[in-house]
Write a protein that binds this ligand. Structure first.
Ligand SMILES: Cc1ncc(C[n+]2csc(CCOP(=O)(O)OP(=O)(O)O)c2C)c(N)n1
Ligand code: SF4
Ligand SMILES: [Mg+2]
Length: 267
């Protein structure tokens, strides 16, 4: 075991957290709440884009939600669009710029409520785009109201005693729905509640962009993210709460992968 002699000052200064900022972020500051999972997920996506050599050749399409504030921070060509309409906007951009990696960033309210038709039709058309869903089970930006992805029993601003199937219906598992359509190439559900889950998210986001590069069709990575403010829990309680609520209804893992077709062999 290596023992660190703490009686002497360190020989070199430790790196500040800010030193680890992805180059595609223009600032290490953000205006989101303490304990929010969205900045972690966005950071992973940006790191993957850079690793894949797409830093100068990608366009982001952001929906409406707390993550929307990142449009001021991304060093990426990006646009905000109407609530829920990111897959439709991305469709147009990708068709005009087929050699550019086009990706969307949406919340569960944005994708599964307002924009449910958009994501399903974009998938059915087999649009060659990569969709990132930040699922915290609430309309975080407007104060923590129930979404179509809120799980049974989940306390939200307008289901304060917990969502019930009788009163509010059942949650929509969008990843499985998208995977069931022929136009989807890759679908995974990930999380950012601990280091291992963040590493897995990185692997899945990477595959999602690779399937786009291969021209395989729509890829979706749903990332379960903490929203302590919208859940009315302390910031440090967010990770456990995430897995006790959304994590129990939405299993993590790869749901579909239409891997690259094998190269044709000579007759
Ligand atoms: C057509 C329309 N309806 C409602 C709103 C208000 N609105 C803005 S952000 C938001 C919540 C988005 O929730 P979600 O997509 O889950 O993102 P989160 O804030 O949770 O990250 C809503 C309802 C809007 N901007 N436009
Ligand atoms: S309300 Fe929730 S999703 Fe929005 S910034 Fe705060 S913790 Fe994050
Ligand atoms: Mg949300």
């Amino acid at each position: 075991m290596t023992l660190i002699d703490t009686r002497q000052p360190p020989e070199q200064a430790s790196r500040k957290v800010a030193d680890y900022k992805p180059s595609l972020l223009q600032s290490e500051e953000h205006g989101l709440c303490p304990g929010c999972g969205e900045p972690v997920a966005i950071r992973v996506v940006l790191e993957v884009i850079e690793e894949l050599g797409l830093a100068q050749n990608n366009i982001a399409v952001l929906g409406h939600g707390c993550y929307g504030g990142f449009i001021m921070l991304l060093d990426v060509d990006s646009t905000l669009c109407l609530h829920g309409r990111a897959p439709a906007t991305a469709t147009g951009i990708k068709r005009m710029r087929p050699d550019t990696a086009v990706w969307t960033l949406q919340g569960d309210g944005d994708m599964v409520n307002e924009g449910l038709a958009e994501i399903l039709h974009a998938t059915a058309r087999g649009e060659n785009i990569t969709c990132i869903l930040l699922n915290n089970g609430v309309f975080g930006d407007t104060g923590g109201q129930m979404t179509a992805a809120s799980v049974i029993g989940q306390r939200t601003k307008n289901s304060i005693d917990g969502r019930t199937a009788d009163d509010h219906g059942y949650p929509i598992a969008i990843a499985e729905l998208v995977a069931s359509l022929q136009g989807s190439a890759y679908v995974a559900r990930c999380s950012v509640h601990n280091a291992a889950s963040i590493a897995q998210t990185r692997r899945c986001v990477r595959k999602a962009f690779q399937r786009q590069t291969e021209g395989q069709g729509l890829s979706l990575v749903e990332i379960l993210t903490m929203c302590p403010t919208g859940w009315f829990v302390a910031p440090e309680a967010g990770t456990d709460y995430l897995m006790e609520s959304l994590g129990k209804t939405y299993p993590l893992g790869e749901i579909k992968d239409r891997a690259a077709a094998p190269a044709a062999t000579a007759e």
